[in-house]
Write a protein that binds this ligand. Sequence first.
Ligand code: ADP
Length: 616
Amino acid sequence: MSKISFRKRIQITKRGFAYLNRYCPGLPQGKALSALISSVQPLLSIWLSARIINELTGAKRPDALTFYVGLVLLVNVISSLLKSLIDKVTDQKEAQMWIFFEKVFSDKQMTMDYADLESAEIQHQHKKAYENLFMFGNGLAQLVWGTAGLVNASVSIIVSIAMTITLFTQKTDYKWMDSPLWIMGILLVIVGGGICNQKLTMVEQRIFRKWCEGTVWFNRSFMFFGRELYMNLDRAKDVRIYRQYDTADREHEKMRIHNKDDNGLILKMSLLPSVTGLAVGMGNVACYLYVVLKSFFGAFGVGNIVQYVGALSRLGEGIQELMFILGDNEVYCTHLQDLFNYLDIPNKKYEGTLPVEKRAFCVGGDNNYEIEFRNVSFCYPGAEKCALQNVSMKFKIGRKLAVVGMNGSGKTTFIKLLCRLYDPDEGEILLNGIDIKKYDYDEYMSIFSVVFQDYRLFAFSLAQNVAAGVDYHKEKVEHCLRQAGFGKKLSEMKDGIETALYKDFNRDGAPVSGGEAQKIALARALYKNAPMVVLDEPTAALDPVAEAEIYERFNEIIGDKTAIYISHRLSSCKFCDEIAVFHEGAIIQQGSHKELLAEESGKYAELWNAQAQYYA
Ligand code: ADP
């Protein structure tokens, strides 16, 4: 564990509090207030009890006794009421803090570059920060708990010192008993106990962190092989058919071995608290002896014994707690640093600031968007071969472009780059002559409606799926669904567009077949009404009748929008104005269906002839 400087720790802690205030406002403040009451109240009670005992063993003045007893009752009632009120609110916030901590992660993931989601290194960083927080409360949760500890320790130290001063100023008849060396000795015992406690705690924390480091991969495979593999519906079919239980069992076996390695670390951690307890106990015994001796030699009455013993033991606890918090701060700062390293991963796609001209939406808009790929090359991280190599092409606006080619030829990658899911390694993509990286990302994305091959629908209502939002325009949703060929099915649905999809959150949720889902995804793209529509194998899951229907009405559906249409089924591209043929990451031919067929030795003619025999 690399050491973090004190200055850096203050910065990290401040940033941690800023996150707490943003995601769970009022929680640290509530904890601090509650701790303030908890630390002052017992010390005040001890002080008042000492006064009462002194009165009882001394002058026994009724008015003074009534005053002290009344004050004890008042202090206890008011502080208990106030504390339970604050705790009620704070406990609710604390119970919910885990949901807000989830949001810290989901906010980051929502804005994270898509390429980063695939990176193994970043996935590891995410797991490490996530697990430390949610499995052990490290980092932000420690900061919440630490706030209470810090207030408790500081107040206890200050108040108990104030309550102990007279222990050293009141004189006995014996000079040796009043020597200032006693003060030094007592302080040494108390502070020494605190330091010893803190050092041992640090050792324990270091062992714990070592243990945590080793568990990131372990937990990841545990989650996957123990839960995901069986619970995730997307995987459950294949797990059953290909009987993947054996693989999972073997992984479980590895986990048991991993656990054995960890047992040594856990044993070490469990031994340390008993050593700490012994050191603290010996310190307390020394303090008690001194107070009792001083009273025995006549420095003060019995009541003060209660006050000094109570205050000294709180002072000891306060110092231990403060030491622990300072040590703990070093530990949670390393966890917070891990979290902030993850949260600070730059979002390249959000670096652009230029607005996109709203050509399609303004009055008399000419929809004049021009996209150009200029010498674009791209390799997936870690891939040996580039998915796109030196691709150059221009889209003619308002026209229908088909992108064809064999599986793995780079068609989807081409679209992913266009939508800035990835940025090119070489070359540039231009929108109206300007590099797309320079545009504001959200504005840039507003000109695209995309249906990916592996699109996903969500367990919301049909309308919310189509509108991709909570609010929607009823007639527009129905119109888009009908345009996408979902009209007949919609008329059979009891709750119409309000019907929930899937059963995740609704017992009556409607299951949807692959073909129906594809139509809904198409309707979602139409609802967005963006000037450029990208369809990646949009009819792959449709039956031949539905497919033919979509093609027949393709021009009507797309209207005057620019359409990019990806398919490996060449017959479905005939109606496009222009066709680009991809092969091994490069565009090897471009032209109309007729022109490309005329190139008899070309790839397009080869693919066409190969597929034509099946249609024949
Ligand atoms: P197509 O859409 O033409 O079938 P893709 O663009 O999906 O082809 O893939 C082009 C190449 O890039 C293929 O060799 C594929 O294996 C590879 N590829 C696709 N996605 C990834 C990825 N996320 N990571 C690494 N390689 C990928």
